[in-house]
Design a protein around this ligand. Structure first.
Ligand SMILES: [Zn+2]
Length: 297
């Protein structure tokens, strides 16, 4: 398919779901005009990029994330590294999106802080396979590199560069919000989540990547990890329906060591010598230990 065809299909998709969006500057509704821009009633204009995403952040951000990190993250996601997590999240979402006989409801799922988009895309595929066919995924991230990578790779969801503090969405549009290993803005999440919708927040548990943590702890006196504060903050904003701990060990091929150490923020500040030591550890398995907080308003 030519680039222009893809662009036109994406523009149509934005137009079809334009009611989801509101202007991040003035909060007014937006509509797709001339197959190329989202325009608000005050004439603030946001163009569809050539890769098919919309830049809806009122400010330009530089994040610590870079192309290599997103490429590494995608490599790990496609290796099945997060598959049990995605499966568990899909199970929670199914509780809220059950297909009802004789009724077709169109569902909207937001991934807030979607990075390069693998989680959203994989979870959307799983939901579709389970019969949730009327579903639009929307991925937002403050990182332009992440969103550009997402929209180049995954054609189905709508992708936008956006700022968590000014989510460019109208009130109560989403039946589900995913927030995976990523910062939150609970006031905005509450505003855009529907009355009956659910939010799934994923946070690391004590043993997440412990094989790597051990190395850094030796090095830099990393504090003991606790997510108590995160859980209580979540409970201040949402009714906690369920907290599921997902723990497993993932077998690592030698060629996954490099993307593994590059994908995690743990590696920020690591020196070449540290990375060399990780490679020399000949890791055969790595522990994934995460907590899914499932809440509703
Ligand atoms: Zn506006």
């Amino acid at each position: 398919m030519s680039k222009w065809n893809k662009h036109a299909i994406k523009a149509n998709q934005f137009a079809k779901h334009q009611h989801l969006f509101r202007c991040p500057l003035c909060s007014q509704p937006m509509r797709m005009v001339e197959c190329k821009s989202l325009l608000c009633t005050n004439q603030h204009c946001y163009d569809l990029s050539k890769h098919g995403y919309v830049h809806l952040s009122s400010r330009a951000y530089k994040t610590k994330y870079d192309k290599q990190l997103f490429a590494s993250r995608r490599r790990m996601c496609n290796s099945g590294f997060f598959d049990p997590l995605n499966e568990a999240m899909t199970n929670h979402l199914m509780e809220f999106m059950k297909p009802l006989p004789g009724r077709t409801i169109h569902h909207y799922l937001l991934d807030a802080g979607c990075g390069e988009g693998s989680h959203l895309s994989h979870i959307q595929e799983k939901l579709t396979r389970r019969g949730i066919s009327e579903l639009t995924g929307v991925g937002m991230d403050v990182s332009k590199e992440g969103i550009a990578a997402a929209s180049k790779t995954y054609p189905h969801p709508l992708w936008c560069v956006a700022d968590l503090a000014h989510c460019p969405f109208a009130n109560q549009q989403f039946d589900g919000i995913l927030n995976i290993l990523s910062p939150s803005n609970y006031a905005e999440f509450t505003r855009v989540l529907s009355e009956e919708g659910c939010i799934l927040k994923v946070i690391p548990e004590q043993c997440y990547l412990e094989e790597l943590r051990y190395l850094y702890k030796q090095n830099k006196n990393m504090p003991v990890y606790s997510n108590d504060n995160t859980v209580s903050r979540f409970k201040e904003h949402f009714k906690l329906l369920n907290a599921e701990r997902v723990t497993y060990r993932f077998a690592l091929n030698a060629d996954l060591i490099e993307p593994l150490i590059h994908m995690t923020p743990l590696s920020w500040g690591a020196t070449e010598a540290d990375w060399h030591r990780v490679k020399e550890m000949n890791l055969t398995h790595i522990t994934i230990d995460l907590l899914i907080l499932c809440g509703k308003k």
